[in-house]
Design a protein around this ligand. Sequence first.
Ligand code: GLU
Length: 487
Amino acid sequence: MTTPARTRVAPSPTGDPHVGTAYMALFDKAWSRKTGGQFVLRIEDTDRNRLVEGSEQQIYDSLRWLGLDADESPEVGGPYAPYKQSERVDSYRPFVEQLIESGHAYYCWCSGERLAQMRAEQQASKQADTGYDRLCLGMTRDERAKLPGFSPTPVVRMLIPDDVPLSFHDLIRGEVKAPRPDDQVILKADGFPTYHLAVVVDDHLMKITTVVRGEEWISSTPKHLLLYSWLGWQAPLFAHMPLLRNTDKSKISKRKNPAARLMWFREQGYLPEALRNFLQLLAYPPADGEQEVTSFDEFVEGFDWAKVSTVGPIFDVKKLDWLNGVYIRSLPTGELASRIVDYALESGQWSEIPEGGRELVLAATPLISERLVTLAEALPKLQFLFTADDQLVFNPVAVGKLKDNAAEVLTLAAQALEQLDEWTTDAIHQKLQTVLVEDMGLKPKFAFAPVRVAISGEQVSPPLFESMEILGKQSSLARIARLIAEL
Ligand code: GLU
């Protein structure tokens, strides 16, 4: 039996949440569920210059939307609170002191200009070792102050030993090698820890057992392992997930691909369960014959780090479209209708629910669900039902395609429908079939096309007779009369 895993996702609130955050959270949560442990959300906000207002809330909201909310977080609290690094600043300092005293870290007073100059010289001379040149190592403040490029507020750096271990075990990749690190800054001049120190201290204090993060952190892991060993702590296990890639194999970024933004999926009308399933498939392509559509519980059930592919998964939104359709059609009508309404309000398609709007959407949902890809498409398809009869615009392209006898067809249709007492889909269909197809001898295509344009304004619409039933007799006849007058 595996020991209960404590996992964490540790996003920085520096903008719209990245889809990668959800991707990590999915694996964090699955592994904690599989082992009966906990999943923690920690906000890494020590880089004060990059903070973006509202970003933290978006992280909470979008993870909750996806069903990937954490067991412990700044929002819900937990036994290791606070879960926001900016509220933990005092907890890092003692460890910095400890590292300085034990000779594993040292003060560095080099100014930004001096470091830039050093780097430029290293580059010009093409020397292989481009790290910090350790000018400050072993000096007191007074000794250093006499030399050029002195800054009165020092940083603290790790003293990377010559024999630093450069390989480590990864749950997904097995033995992994990383390049030799530089003398990493762990405490900045403003007194805030850098990511490298804060992540180790917090993961230790929060008793994290498995660190799941993107493969871009592989090169940092040797530094983190050094810190664990210097501080006398047991290091967690590491799982470095492959980076998500665009269809052209480039790394997915918010600048190049709107789908890199987690909020984008919600804005586009994807269902959270479809996105969650899509993310599962990305790292974890099902073996031949295995189900692609799987619930989170099934995913947890079969979870295995060894199954995670190390090849950068291709982020193909077409696949998500397909999955979204599958999930849309698996929803009961009432549930789908209410998601369409919620989406309309959230996205601004509606500023408020129009009178009778909820009922109308519920009645019309079966007409459109078969072909629906995203929730965003629903209302535009149903717009004609929400338009007043005298406001409906007959698309000139659709009108232009009608046969010369369209007015005659519509007049007959109107006369026949006028006499119809029972206004149901079947009765309407039956009546028009008899009058236009059987009596007039028209092909169904030509018989019903003018009626469709009259009712919906378009050449293509949701099922016609069902739409007419929902619209009602009076409206249907009024629309037919209007089109006749326009022809
Ligand atoms: N704050 C880091 C990030 O935004 C977290 C990396 C980690 O999980 O260790 O990517």
